[in-house]
Design a protein around this ligand. Structure first.
Ligand code: G3H
Ligand code: ZN
Length: 284
């Protein structure tokens, strides 16, 4: 069933596991997310970025995501990912989104606080959950490029001040995580994450979970990460499946070809949910 995510993340924080926020752009990815969640009896977030809304049309993509969430047998939040516009945040809240991420990370600290405060006010008016970002996460969530991890990382003292000043429900941090592919072995700054955890009590969010090894994910959960965002690996599974099918069979049976791709994406998402569960039995 459709729900905001802050209570789900708080429970995850208390019980030592994490939830997946999986980006969708269309019907097929949404189906894969929901089938994986129901197969794993796991709560999930269906995330749409501004680029996905522009591609698919906000109302069309929102109705696909919300319709699947309302019919789901597990708790499902429909979440706006990486949004820099209060107008777009309000438009999605009006459509029924139960969570939003305001992304002021490219702004100077004070302006990020001001933008985030306005987004918190809007989210509260709709009973929705709100995430913000402090520190620059390299890469763009729609393109799967390869990145170094030398972005401006989150300052722990600033994170404490930011959360107190804005009242957000969750904070996305930059500790060496990138959007897209990692160049070489991902190297997260766990000492920095530990310092942030010691000063900030809201659930922490790690974007750029594609390509993170399970051990890294588990270490991040132990240090307070309760939500991981995944996009690239899902799209890789989609395109790899379509490419293989078209090269092998040249089949133009759309339900069959895209159905097979949905199964391939579902498998990737189930594996992520498994690692994020961190051995816990999840309350669906
Ligand atoms: O906001 C989206 C996520 O951070 C996606 O990151 O494509 O590296 O999994 P990813
Ligand atoms: Zn992201």
């Amino acid at each position: 069933m459709l729900t905001p995510w802050n209570a789900l993340l708080r429970r995850a924080q208390e019980r030592g596991y994490a939830l997946g926020a999986f980006n969708t752009y269309n019907l097929e990815i949404t189906q894969a997310i929901l089938r994986a969640a129901e197969a794993k009896h796991a709560p999930v977030l269906i995330a749409t970025g501004s680029g996905a809304l522009k591609y698919a049309g906000s109302e069309a993509l929102a109705s696909i995501a919300l319709g699947h969430a309302r019919a789901a047998t597990t708790s499902v939040a429909v979440h706006l990912d990486h949004c820099t516009s209060i107008e777009e945040i309000v438009a999605c809240l009006r459509l029924g989104y139960t969570g939003v991420m305001v992304d002021g990370s490219a702004l100077p600290f004070g302006e990020n606080v001001d933008l985030t405060r306005r987004a918190v006010q809007a989210a509260r008016a709709y009973g929705a959950s709100i995430e913000a970002e402090l520190g620059a996460i390299v890469g763009d969530e729609d393109r799967a490029r390869t990145h170094e991890t030398n972005a401006a990382m989150t300052d722990p003292a600033q994170a404490e001040e930011f959360v107190r000043a804005t009242g957000v429900d969750a904070l996305a941090v930059a500790v060496g995580n990138v959007h897209g592919f990692y160049r070489g072995e991902p190297r997260l700054d766990f000492d920095r994450l530990r310092e942030i955890r010691a000063l900030v009590d809201v659930p922490l969010v790690l974007h750029g979970a594609s390509g993170l090894p399970p051990e890294t994910i588990k270490q991040a959960i132990v240090l307070g990460v309760c939500k991981f965002n995944v996009n690239t690996e899902i799209r890789v599974a989609l395109f790899d499946s379509l490419r293989a099918q078209l090269l092998e069979s040249g089949d133009y049976d759309l339900p069959k070809v895209f159905g097979t791709a949905v199964t391939a994406m579902q498998r990737v998402i189930e594996e992520k949910i498994e690692v994020f569960a961190h051995g816990q039995i999840l309350a669906p």
